[in-house]
Design a protein. Structure first.
Length: 255
């Protein structure tokens, strides 16, 4: 099975349903350079089940699913509610990725370059891009749409917060958040009681740049607001991209 520059090989799915509800599910396949992609149905508290997927090549997974082309490497785990009898019902999920690189995002690389911190760890340092240690997104999936909330990406050079939506039915992307240079040092202000909320927030740092990603899923455009770097914490909210970001979201779910 081929999509974009990636091929899924050796796909084996075993699935059983009862009254439209998944009772058993297992999946095995290989992505990229023979990297396993596994999935299964796991039990949670209160009799709730979740679909769980993991792979050691998150970048290949996102390229194969035509979600995002610029992640390379990364240990990924994805858990989400299984689909039920109602195809329009929302599915809650959590995405985690560790130790990956983003390449080819000029604005991101420009912000990272301004930190003057070497990004390399061994031979991989000779490759272009920005390294990250952890990504965590909470999301809600509905028919043809994914809403992201409380998204954080952390790395030695830069951190990123994000929220918004990707609407595949309308071919519309609107994500916004903050780039936080020198994430570990910059974000320590968020740990100061009371003042931390004003100066740095929980993940947004004392200094940061607000950004917006807008356009179509196939060709999103990244814009950065350089004025926001002077506005710490809560004050930076006034510099977020709001005027047009959610004009196509009549339900207001992106706010």
């Amino acid at each position: 099975m081929h999509c974009g520059d990636e091929t899924l090989r050796g796909l084996d799915i075993r699935l059983s349903k009862r009254a439209g509800i998944i009772k058993n599910f297992t999946m095995t396949a290989k992505l990229g350079r023979e990297t396993p992609l596994n999935g299964d149905l796991r039990g949670r508290g209160g009799g709730r089940n979740v679909l769980y997927f993991d792979t050691a090549d998150a970048g290949a997974f996102f390229r194969f699913t035509d979600t995002y082309q610029k992640i390379f490497g990364g240990d990924m785990s994805l858990s989400m509610d299984p689909p039920g009898p109602d195809p329009l019902a929302a599915q809650e999920g959590i995405l985690n990725i560790r130790d990956f690189t983003v390449r080819g995002e000029a604005a991101l690389e420009s912000v990272a370059a301004g930190s003057n911190v070497p990004s390399g760890r061994g031979p991989a340092s000779r490759q272009p891009g920005v390294e990250f240690s952890h990504l965590r997104f909470e999301f809600t999936r509905t028919h043809g749409r994914v809403d992201v909330r409380e998204g954080t990406v952390k790395g030695p050079i830069i951190g990123v917060t994000t929220e918004g939506f990707i609407d595949y039915v309308r071919s519309d992307v609107h994500l916004r958040g903050t780039f936080v240079p020198l994430y570990g040092l910059n974000n320590m202000f968020g740990n100061i009681p009371i003042f931390g909320l004003i100066l740095g927030g929980s993940n947004e740092g004392l200094l940061g740049l607000t950004y917006e990603v807008a356009g179509t899923p196939a060709a999103p455009v990244l814009r950065v607001n350089p004025v926001s770097v002077i506005a710490p914490g809560l004050l930076r909210k006034f510099f977020e991209f709001r005027s047009q970001s959610y004009a196509s979201d009549p339900a207001g779910r992106g706010n």
